[in-house]
Design a protein around this ligand. Structure first.
Ligand SMILES: NC(=O)CC[C@H](N)C(=O)O
Length: 443
């Protein structure tokens, strides 16, 4: 995986007739083809032809020569017509998804196994990925649901005492595509300026750029129910706490509160943290009837995180509506968005969302600022909420709604991830708040 200077950069170009910002934002070492002016285009095609005769070719020609480096063998084609050459690792094939960038410095394995990334390609802005390998303890679910991983540098070695497998081996086993040696900074700037983009990742040299572009342009993620593809099939009990080596909260009691957790794509660390706080947990599938949950007479109900458009799952909103007001509830991310809708509010798609472990959030009740872990593309519009519902938290990067409380209904919700994994533990206290809510309901 060592990079030779000749192969270190992956060029991109724009297909003609598509929305193009290439001229405004050329990336270093990039080859630019403007969308319409013919003279500019033919000049740039000349440049491309030169590149194609060198090592940076989209198609791999096996000339029998032994090279210590890998040639570009993959393309990422974005819906705006830009084509990014890269090198593949992990599975090969062709995959479509929405590209989002994640600013976490660590925790790529937890990100890979977060079911909320279903339908998305995750681009890591940290340029150095793979150095700690993967291990059996850092899984956030039993599967990788994301479309693929986009990184700058794939570490040439793994070095961690917990490592049991390389990132590359792990992705191959799970049939997940990955690309590296691509200009992740340039793609991130594009996503920040134009918003999330649909893309196609392909290692298939027989498909033309235009074919892949059409695939990207014809694919939709808004309005699609992605929860039904990631939720569990049947209810189960959960009893694992945070491992004692990693536990930072010592005063815990056992099985004091029975919580039913709706699995919309739940991350294991939500369950571990609740268990560490003294909860006995029953996990139920996304379509589990509210009446059956209420029959269990739980102390509280948790509505979990989950992938996709919260407005595309009216059945889940109805379930939330049937439960709130009857038992204390806590919503996390998708769960927060479903609660917002169940209260009569609306959600909207953000420009490029929040994905990372370094988002400042202010608790408006105390003024305390937490650095939080986030992963969402949609948000609740606070103006659409009825009177009495309090916005408790805001994201300090853009003032968007990051938490709600409705004391009348013993309800609390957060747009971000108090379980972190990966991310800082500042907001772990939210689980304690949920415990207090359940306690106060018993009095
Ligand atoms: N982590 C989540 O629950 C994500 C929520 C929702 N799918 C969004 O993108 O906004």
């Amino acid at each position: 995986m060592a990079m030779s200077p000749a192969t270190a950069s992956a060029p991109f170009r724009c297909l003609s007739g598509t929305k193009s910002r290439c001229a405004a934002q050329p990336s270093p070492n990039s080859v630019v083809v403007a969308a319409s002016p013919v003279s500019l285009r033919s000049r740039a095609i000349g440049v491309l032809a030169k590149v194609a005769s060198g090592v940076q070719s989209a198609s791999v020609v096996d000339d029998g020569a032994q090279r210590p480096w890998k040639l570009s063998d993959a393309r990422l084609v974005l819906e705006d017509g830009s084509v990014w050459r890269a090198k593949s690792f992990g599975a090969s094939g062709t995959q479509v998804g929405e590209v989002v960038f994640n600013t976490s410095l660590t925790g790529y394995q937890e990100i890979l196994t977060d079911p909320s990334y279903a339908g998305q390609f995750v681009l890591m802005t940290n340029p150095h990925i793979g150095n700690t390998g993967v291990n059996p303890d850092d899984e956030e679910s039993n599967q990788c649901f994301l479309g693929g991983l986009i990184i700058r540098n794939l570490s040439i070695c793994t070095s961690n005492w917990r490592c049991t497998e390389t990132l590359e081996e792990y992705l191959i086993k799970r049939n997940i595509m990955g690309i590296y040696d691509v200009d992740t900074r340039a793609i991130t700037r594009r996503l920040r300026e134009d918003g999330s983009l649909i893309g196609v990742l392909s290692t298939d040299q027989s498909r033309t750029d235009n074919e892949l572009l059409k695939m990207a342009q014809n694919w939709k993620i808004v309005g699609v129910d992605l929860i039904s593809g990631v939720t569990c099939d049947a209810p189960y009990e959960w009893s694992d706490k945070t491992d004692s080596d990693w536990e930072f909260k010592r005063d815990q009691s056992n099985g004091t509160f029975h919580v039913v957790a709706y699995d919309f794509g739940i991350k294991h660390n939500i369950l571990r943290r609740l268990t560490s706080y003294g909860c006995k947990i029953t996990v139920v599938p996304a379509n589990w009837p509210a009446s059956e949950v209420l029959n269990l007479k739980p102390d509280g109900v948790l509505f979990s995180n989950g992938p996709g458009d919260p407005a595309a799952v009216p059945y889940a909103v109805k379930t939330v509506q049937e439960i709130i007001g009857k038992v204390p509830v806590f919503g996390i991310c998708m769960g927060h968005q479903l609660i917002g809708q169940a209260l009569g509010g609306k959600t909207f798609k953000m420009k490029f969302g929040h994905h990372g472990g370094n988002h400042p959030v202010c608790d408006l009740r105390s003024g305390r600022v937490d650095i939080s872990a986030q992963n969402h593309n949609y948000a609740v519009d606070p103006k659409s909420l009825p009177e009495g519902v309090k916005v408790t938290h805001i994201n300090l990067n853009d003032d968007s709604c990051a938490g709600l409380q409705y004391p009348k209904m013993k309800l609390m919700s957060l747009q971000y991830h108090p379980e972190s994994s990966p991310g800082p533990h500042d907001s772990d206290t939210a689980f304690g708040e949920f415990i207090e809510l359940m306690k106060s309901n018993r009095l």
